[in-house]
Design a protein around this ligand. Sequence first.
Ligand code: TPP
Ligand code: MG
Length: 578
Amino acid sequence: MAAGYYTTSTAFLEALAEAGVRYIFANLGSDHPGLIEAFAQAKAKGREDAYPRLVVCPHETVALSAAHAYAMVTGEPQAVVVHVDAGTQNLGGAVNNAARGRVPVLIFAGMAPYTQEGELPGGRNEFIHWIQDVRDQRGILRGYVKYDNEIRTGRNVKQLVHRALQIARSEPAGPVYLVGPRETMEEPIEPYAVRREAFTAVAPAALAGEIAAEIAAALAGARHPLIVTSYLGRDPAAVTKLVELSKLLAIPVVESMAYHVNFPADHPMHAGYQFHSVAQNPVLAQADAILAIDSDVPWIPSVNRPSADAVIFCVDMDPLKPAMNMWHIPARRFAAANSRIALEQIAQVVRDNELGDADAVRARWAEASRAHDAEIAEREKREQQPGDGTVTPEYLTACVRRLLQDSDALVLTEVVTNSKTVAEHLRANKPGSVLHHGGGSLGWAGGAAVGAKLAAPERTVVSLVGDGSYLFGVPSSAHWVARRYGAPALTVIYDNRGWAAPRFSTLQVHAHGAAAAADDFHVSFEPEVDLPGVAAAASGAYGVTVTDPEELPRVLQDALAVVHGGRSAVVSVHLPPV
Ligand SMILES: Cc1ncc(C[n+]2csc(CCOP(=O)(O)OP(=O)(O)O)c2C)c(N)n1
Ligand SMILES: [Mg+2]
């Protein structure tokens, strides 16, 4: 062992540790001898704990999804290390999720060596080094990352890591991508330090005073004010501020494509969930002043839109969404601000100026409370066991809710066509207790459950997933990682033996077409996959498939007990087939 061994790879790992990264979710290759050696050198010196822990992930989707969920739970970016172009491409849709979910994560990939005659340490010595030398490796991720760069020397690799993480953390947060060729990662350098405190995230932005005043006046003066949000709950403190403002003026809140708990489900001002709208939401139609805050899709205008006279305000950390080619809502003002601060400012204007008519506020509160109570009663009816021997998604979700009542569980959802049902019947009230990737690529929950458990080892992690989503998540890889790193979770599969979503989409466009007439959508998973069996084979997980609604509560309890005992459990619940 070289006494003074210190390379770019050493400094890279040190910088990650200095930045607070605790885990490197890694899938390794011929580009990583520098990192592997740096880890081994540290271990030999008894300094292993000075670096982040390396978590071996047999599939890259699992690695990035784990880092994604870890960042959602803690706010802290982690690192993902993948193999050149191949591993980068295998990140697949997980990088769409990280980008759209606005989660910070540092992705690093090696690059094929750039010398071939033995000129430099790390130069080409395997055939694959020619094959993997592609023209634009960084281009693979450029549509999804906030920043990409190549590490060209170890002498400033720490600055690059800290700069990349500073960009990743700053709102709107997102993934960043660094690449480094083998020769660079092997470069011997002198140990050095940088001032990590000089790379903090950009401070959160407030609304301009006159905009806060304008929004406050519009909401207070409206007959039917409304707030629509999707991801404000990423910051639990923002939920508190939303509850305060809602109470102050009796403003109902609609959650649209929600991927956090943005507002307590049982709060009388909770006015319901919008997902794949197929009809006009009367609450949205009635509103005359709307604050759309932290939302990518506050409504789907072709089927569900506010009235043309409604005064709309868009407040968002990312109000114009330039990363989407087409995006617009007809707002009077667009303002870039942190939602917690903006809501506090608006509430302050209301209080300071005693805005709002007290009688109108009281009347609105009473009316919204009545509507909320009626809605909850309706939902409770829908979740009764049907009595025909089938399990409905409503009944299943109510069973899960009762199972987790009074617990501090973290629930990950990836239930696609059952998203609205799960939101309505899970009735989550605690900010931060339900997570969804916020993106467009299925297969997140498998790896995400590992990341969530590592982020909060004291909490029970429960994933609710569609059968298709479960398979997209490379369950063999995800469950193996969960076992190896002591991150057990309960997975409940909403198993309709196929993909309901493409069927739904086809019917939305061709309601009376040939596919509808023949019921021919190519979405069935017959013959059936033994879904829990995949996890059992990969990791010894407890697995069971349930068809009987009577048995369901007990099976879920048994499975949860297994998880509390330290072993993962997968319960696949047969719903009516697609
Ligand atoms: C990686 C990826 N591939 C394909 C799709 C397209 N897609 C959207 S929903 C869906 C079906 C999901 O099936 P499942 O999880 O069982 O939910 P269900 O539709 O049955 O409710 C598919 C294939 C996608 N979103 N992401
Ligand atoms: Mg399905």
